[in-house]
Ligand binder design. Structure first.
Ligand SMILES: Nc1nc2c(ncn2[C@@H]2O[C@H](COP(=O)(O)OP(=O)(O)O)[C@@H](O)[C@H]2O)c(=O)[nH]1
Ligand SMILES: [Mg+2]
Length: 389
């Protein structure tokens, strides 16, 4: 049933890719979608800079939406990809951190505003990001400070899944070691990544097994390729080297299939659910509660910079204005509700009146019928007599 419905309506899902330049984000996206969704000009360079050269790279995050048909049954996903400019080279990382986190928050603000509207906009598009794939460079080591900071800062706003980009540049041993080091770092720095949560007591055996398996693969080893290569008569996505071929879809070569199926099939709903019920709710509470600026655990705070003179920082100001607007909307809504119930009351009264009239009319009608009935045969008799003569 659900599948049929999904096929008809299309599921909406939003994926953000993030990481240093050259970690294979663009290639991964095109591999995932099996078509060129992101152009292969380096999206990290010129297009992301504002035309005017002010010296400040102003990052532009532009989502792209593609319709993907996932299987023969026609299951479709409307996948929105959000590529973020790479960092780690010359760009000021602070600026791109700020850009990314404010992009995430902007999508929450949009829905917050949409929810408080009296009249809903039927064309409103929910652009909340459901998952962020963070591309770690294939250095063979653990996380860099930059990786730690970014994932820590963004994980309160989005489900973060760490992956190792261009994993084929590591030997199997190096890859295994690197995965181990990265997981150790994630645990040590308590980065709340999305770890395929399960509950041994509550969940069924299959779910537990599946999630444990996926958790065991983290960080996923990604190999992407836009080339189709013939291997043993099969045409597959692969990277060809003088010494051999790395097949994207081969689980012995990379974790691409595992992450693809987790994102687009098995964990799509869970990622959306956590975004809605946990991440967005938290943001909403933070935003609407007065203590928002104190509550921020330093994450995000630095991006906005608290103002020295004790006045409110932009975040609190924004919060306040949203709150005021919300209050105003609520009052207007209340007024409208009052009017509505008054009209409803009037309608009810009129309906009662109408019903009363109706029954009066019915009574009158039946009285008339009763009065008419006895005289009818005489009329007929007269008529037939008249006809006979
Ligand atoms: N070895 C290897 N190279 C890759 C892989 N994916 C992309 N590349 C190459 O790495 C370079 C940067 O890739 P790109 O997708 O543009 O990275 P982005 O800057 O993160 O978007 C390109 O030359 C790609 O061909 C991969 O999985 N393995
Ligand atoms: Mg790119």
């Amino acid at each position: 049933m659900r599948r049929k419905k999904n096929a008809k309506k299309g599921i909406q899902f939003c994926l953000m890719v993030c990481g240093a330049s050259g970690t294979g984000r663009t290639t991964f996206v095109n591999t995932l979608c099996q078509k060129t969704v992101l152009p292969h000009i380096d999206s990290d360079a010129p297009p992301y800079l504002d035309g005017e050269n002010t010296g400040e790279p102003s990052v532009k995050i532009k989502p792209v939406t593609v319709e993907l048909e996932l299987d023969e049954e026609g299951t479709r996903v409307s996948l929105t990809i959000v590529d973020t400019p790479g960092f780690g080279d010359s760009i000021d990382n602070e600026a791109s951190f700020g850009e990314i986190s404010s992009y995430l928050e902007r999508q929450y603000d949009d829905i917050l505003a949409a929810e408080s509207r009296i009249k809903r906009n039927p064309r409103f598009r929910d652009n909340r990001v459901h998952v962020l794939l963070y591309f770690v460079q294939p250095t063979g080591h653990g996380l860099r400070e930059l990786d730690i900071e970014l994932m820590r800062r963004l994980s309160p706003r989005v489900n973060v899944i760490p992956v190792i980009g261009k994993a084929d540049s590591l030997t199997p041993l190096e890859l295994a070691e690197s995965k181990k080091l990265i997981i150790e770092d994630i645990e040590h720095y308590r980065i709340p990544v999305y770890n395929f949560p399960y509950d041994i007591e509550e969940d069924d055996e299959d779910t537990v097994e599946e999630n444990a398996e996926l958790r065991g693969l983290m960080p996923f080893a990604i190999v992407g390729s836009e080339d189709i290569v013939e291997v043993d008569g099969r045409r597959v996505r692969a990277r060809q080297y003088p010494w051999g071929t790395v097949e994207v879809d081969n689980p012995r070569h990379s974790d691409f299939l595992a992450i693809r199926s987790a994102l687009l099939h098995s964990h799509l709903a869970d990622l959306k659910e956590i975004t809605q019920a946990f991440l967005y709710e938290n943001y909403r509470t933070e935003k609407l509660s007065k203590s928002v600026s104190n509550a921020a655990d330093g994450s995000g705070g630095a991006a906005y910079g608290s103002v020295e003179d004790g006045s409110l920082d932009p975040q609190s100001l924004a919060t306040q204005s949203v709150r005021l607007k919300e209050e105003q909307l609520r009052r207007e809504e209340e007024k409208l509700r009052e009017i509505e119930s008054k009209v409803q009351r009037e309608i009810n009264e009129k309906r009662q009146e109408l019903l009363a009239r109706e029954s009066q009319l019915k009574e009158l009608e039946s009285r008339m019928m009763r009065e008419q009935t006895p005289s009818q045969p005489t009329v007929e008799e007269d008529e037939s007599e008249a006809g006979a003569s």
